[in-house]
Write a protein that binds this ligand. Structure first.
Ligand SMILES: [Fe+2]
Length: 299
């Protein structure tokens, strides 16, 4: 019996240059600065207190935060992990303040990615007002790197209650609610955040951003295209600190009714499994291994 994740909440990204991270997040991505101090910058694209917190120095690392429904389920999750031999650290009052949450535990997935589970995170009473009209509707998912996809998939499904919506090669796209995926695990030689997704209202927003990004010489690494898995139209581009950002629109919902009959589909590790329109990803984790290299199979 795993924990129940209510929703993805935030990502914390160590940044070599906070000013540059904020410039990119506002002028290019279209986020709103919520708070800035000497050590961190908080930004958002929806009504959560913040979606991204850039922390000073890349060595401060990367953290992915998920919200639990309440304090009791956070405590139950801590007890479950301790019983299972997964090291859990309870957040200090300073760490809770930094994350704008009332409850916090921190643990690592088998790859070593740092995961925060939080309860009662701050919401904002003010409407998100972006620095440009990017059409962002919400922070929606993160791609995480995995050094052992089958072990991490088991961790997320058995202990954190996620469900596989589809696989591309060994990479599972995982849902925790009706949205096709709120997290995806991509085989990689090192841990960390692989991409950060914001939903936008429509394909028009994606195409408007495509021209905006080109005008500002932002490196577009994939798209515009459409995922055959989730059905979402997408655009991926490169930000500071080697973080890839994604806009997408029209992600598939797997409703309670669909749950009765839905089974995950296996897509091969091929370009056509990432884009049904023919766009070719310039993203190493989305590319077919060189011919002759073995494609690892999930256990
Ligand atoms: Fe994505």
């Amino acid at each position: 019996m795993g924990a129940h994740l209510h929703d993805i909440r935030y990502v914390r990204i160590g940044s070599d240059d906070l000013d540059e991270s904020v410039r990119f997040a506002t002028d290019i991505l279209g986020l709103e600065v919520v708070h800035r101090d000497a050590g961190a910058a908080y930004l958002r694209g929806d009504d959560r207190d913040h979606n991204i917190c850039y922390t000073k120095g890349r060595s401060t690392g990367q953290v992915l935060g998920f919200e639990m429904p309440d304090m009791a389920s956070l405590d139950a999750a801590a007890a479950m992990f301790e019983k299972a031999g997964v090291a859990v650290r309870h957040g200090t009052s300073d760490e809770r303040e930094q994350r704008r949450v009332r409850g916090l535990i921190t643990l690592r997935d088998p790859t070593g990615n740092v995961i925060d589970l939080v309860a009662r995170p701050d919401h904002s009473g003010k409407r998100y007002f972006g620095t440009r009209d990017a059409g962002i509707t919400s922070f929606s998912h993160v791609g995480l790197r995995t050094s052992n996809a089958s072990a991490d998939e088991l961790f997320w499904t058995s202990m954190l209650g996620a469900k596989v919506s589809d696989w591309i090669g060994d990479a599972p796209l995982l849902r925790i609610d009706e949205v096709h995926h709120k997290i995806a695990l991509f085989p990689s030689a090192f841990p960390g955040v692989q991409h950060v997704n914001f939903q936008v209202e429509s394909i028009d927003d994606i195409m408007r951003s495509y021209y905006h990004l080109k005008k500002h010489n932002v490196r577009i690494v994939f798209g515009p295209g459409r995922h055959p898995t989730s059905g979402a139209r997408f655009l991926y581009f490169q930000g500071p600190d080697e973080i890839i950002y994604e806009y997408s629109s029209g992600v598939r919902m797997i409703t309670a009714e669909d749950e009765k009959t839905y089974i995950p589909r296996q897509f091969p590790m091929a370009e056509s499994s990432f884009c049904m329109w023919g766009s070719v990803p310039d993203i190493p984790e989305f590319r077919t291994p060189p011919s002759g290299a073995p494609i690892r199979r999930a256990a």
